[in-house]
Structure formats: structure tokens, C-alpha cells
Design a protein around this ligand. Structure first.
Ligand SMILES: [Mn+2]
Length: 393
């Protein structure tokens, strides 16, 4: 069995207000062509298909035509799960009838316990979920109330989920997992090349590779670079395109997808690069250099996008800085000046409230307003409110 592993498409994403749709379409064409050339048995999309839970109409029509082209025009099966950016319930729309064309889509925890079976392989598809989802699920499964309340972290939840999956393992078959989480090589290691998500916050705490070692191969989404892959058999494909300047800065930046070849004796991974249509070029130069023709004539001006930091710059002495740079370079998606309170912007960008679990938002809010931590009783109350809310969802 041969699968193409990709993740984190984030269709509908913008970069400082600039749409990335054309770039995403360009990457998609290469992914589809590769799938056809390699005659794969399926395309795995390991979560964060859309950039947001309520995607814009242009994002919806773009994704629709991509999936149609894979699955209807080219009859290639799709194995997709939702990530933390997707709206699980919305994305679930059409799930049952899409099965008829081998478009397999899991967005809810309870769907993860029915693996897809081929003659020699079981494919488990575990969408992103948080500890609260696990509480709701296990409560519905009739788990003891006290045990349900002991599910606090994603580690607690994952232990239960994986144990239940292992029970379903058919002997003599290969076992694959598709999922969307931060997974590190070992417990004391933190992932530096994170997605926009800090690996330490709330329900998004990291998992460790050893938890998954009963699987023959794990295809991950969530972290946008394949260099964060925790092991040879537990792999991030990374996103097909660069989404921000931080990513463009990374030296080992080639974006792409994996071709995973599963045979009875071994599983091999082959990386295939996806070339950008419009690359994102990061420049950190002085004003004099930036305006010097001998410098900018060596740059892909007017074709690629630029993120520019002007070094040693006294802004008060210049006007229309952006206009001047755009005149030379074309699209300047980000303009920054050296020594201008970089610390504060970094902090704000780190604390993306949508990445926190609901209970930790309440905890942090309470902490910042009162200066005190929630008491045990208060925590219990917050927990039960969220469990009840989730049931109503
Ligand atoms: Mn992502």
C-alpha cells in the first residue's frame, strides 16, 4: 500500500492580510500530480484542512474543488481528519455519503474506533480532540464518574484512547495511525519548531513518541515542519507551503509531502519537495543597502513576496518607507524596524487565545483578575460546566 501523507493545508489562511489561496492552489496541483505519478492508494490529510472553524466562502469553494479533483475526477481515496483549526462538527458534513467514493473523514473522537481495514493493514484515524471531548465520550461509554473526572490532560485522555485502539488491533496486519497533535521524541523534550501553537499550553500539551510505539507508522499533522518528526516511523509531513515569516527564516525550510510505502516487511518514507509559486524572501538590511540597485537587482523583486527588516533605522528621518520599498520590491507583506520593542509583539503573538483549552482560559482569566489560582472546588465547577456545555453542542 502506498500513501501520500500531507497535513496542515490551512485553506483560507492569510499572511498579514494577503491571501495565500493562489499559493495553496499551486501546491495542490503538485500534490495531485505526485499522487497520480506515484499511483498512490490514497492521500492522507492529517488535520487543519481549513484555517478556521468557519471558513470563508472562497476557502470552501477552493477546498471543494481540490477534494473533488482528487476523489471524483481521479478516483483517489482520501483519508482525512480534522485538526485544532477545523470546526469538527461543520467539517463532518457529508461524511457518511462521501464514504461511497472512498473519501474517509473523521472529525469526532468516537469515529476513531472504527479502523479502515484493507487486506493487510488497519488504518486508525484519530482527529484532534481535547480532554473535555474525551470526558464526554467516556461518560457516554458508561465510565465511572470519578474516572471521567480524572481525565485532566491530553496525556490522560490519549492513554485511554490508545488502549482502546490497541484492543482493536488485528494480528498479522500493519497498524497505521493518522492524527493531529504535538508529539515529541521524549517526555523532557520540547518542540522548538512549533506551529503557531505553544506546546506547553492547556489541553494542547505534548505527547511523547513512546505512547504510539505499538503502531507501525504514525502520520501526524499540527507541527508545520517535517524536521519536528519524533522518529523514523512517527512523522510530520509539514505544511505544503510557508505560512509566516518565522517559517521563511528557517534554514532547512523545504516544504513538501511524504510518500509512504507499506509492504509486509517494511515501511519506507520518501520526501517530495513542493516548490512555491511565490516565495517569501526575508531581508534584514540597512536602508542604504535596500535602496542600492546593485543589491536589489540580485533579488526576485516584483515576483516573490518580501518580509523586510530595516536595520539601524531612524524612522523619523524618512517618509513613505513602505511605498518606497514596494516600488522596488513589489509586495512587502511585512515591514519591521530593528530595535523597536520586538519583545512585546512576540509575547502577544505567542498568546493566541484560540489555542488554549476553555478551562485554562477561565483559569488564566481568573488568575489575572484576582491574582489567585482557582481552588479545587472552583476547578471542579468549571470542569463540569464545560462538560455539560460540550454535551449540548
Ligand atoms: Mn496547523
Amino acid at each position: 500500500m502506498k500513501l501520500l501523507h500531507t497535513a496542515d493545508w490551512h485553506i483560507g489562511r492569510t499572511l498579514n492580510g494577503y491571501s495565500l489561496l493562489n499559493e495553496q492552489k499551486h501546491a495542490f496541483k503538485q500534490i495531485l500530480q505526485l499522487a497520480k505519478d506515484e499511483k498512490v492508494d490514497g492521500i492522507v490529510i492529517a488535520g487543519d484542512i481549513y484555517d478556521r472553524s468557519i471558513p470563508g466562502t472562497d476557502a470552501v469553494t477552493t477546498l471543494d474543488s481540490m477534494l473533488r479533483e482528487i476523489n471524483l475526477t481521479n478516483k483517489i481515496p482520501i483519508y482525512a481528519i480534522s485538526g485544532n483549526h477545523d470546526g469538527a462538527k461543520r467539517l463532518n458534513y457529508g461524511r457518511e455519503w462521501m464514504e461511497f467514493t472512498n473519501f474517509h473523514l473523521n472529525t469526532l473522537l468516537d469515529e476513531a474506533f472504527t479502523p479502515l481495514e484493507t487486506e493487510d493493514t488497519q488504518i486508525f484515524m484519530l482527529p484532534f480532540f481535547d480532554p473535555m471531548d474525551a470526558r464526554v465520550y467516556y461518560k457516554e461509554q458508561g465510565m465511572d464518574e470519578d474516572d471521567v473526572k480524572n481525565i485532566h490532560t491530553i496525556n490522560d485522555a490519549m492513554e485511554l484512547v490508545l488502549a482502546d485502539m490497541y484492543k482493536l488491533f488485528a494480528p498479522n496486519k500493519k497498524h497505521l495511525l493518522i492524527t493531529h497533535f504535538s508529539v515529541t521524541p521524549s517526555a523532557d523534550q520540547e518542540i522548538e519548531l512549533t506551529s503557531e501553537t505553544s506546546s506547553k499550553v492547556g489541553g494542547l500539551a505534548t505527547l511523547t513518541a513512546s505512547q504510539f510505539d505499538k503502531f507501525d507508522y504514525v502520520m501526524l499533522g499540527h507541527i508545520h515542519t517535517r524536521f519536528a518528526s519524533p522518529s523514523e516511523n512517527i512523522r510530520y509531513s509539514g505544511s505544503p507551503i510557508k505560512f509566516n515569516v518565522k517559517e521563511a527564516r528557517l534554514k532547512n525550510k523545504g516544504k513538501g509531502v511524504d510518500i509512504v510505502n507499506i509492504t509486509p516487511d517494511k515501511i519506507t518514507t520518501e520526501f517530495h519537495e513542493i516548490r512555491p509559486q511565490t516565495d517569501l524572501i526575508v531581508l534584514e538590511e540597512t536602508w542604504e543597502t535596500l535602496l542600492d540597485p546593485t543589491f536589489y537587482k540580485t533579488q526576485p523583486t516584483k515576483s516573490d513576496w518580501f518580509a523586510i527588516t530595516v536595520k539601524n533605522f531612524d524612522r523619523s528621518k524618512h517618509i513613505n518607507v513602505r511605498a518606497q520599498l514596494q516600488e522596488i520590491y513589489g509586495t512587502v507583506v511585512e515591514l519591521d524596524y530593528e530595535n523597536l520593542r520586538k519583545d512585546t509583539t512576540a509575547k502577544i503573538a505567542d498568546k493566541n487565545i484560540s489555542e488554549l483549552s476553555p478551562d485554562s482560559i477561565v483559569e488564566q482569566f481568573f488568575q489575572s483578575v484576582t491574582g489567585n489560582d482557582l481552588s479545587k472546588e472552583q476547578k471542579r465547577l468549571v470542569d463540569s460546566i464545560f462538560v455539560d456545555l460540550r454535551k449540548e453542542d
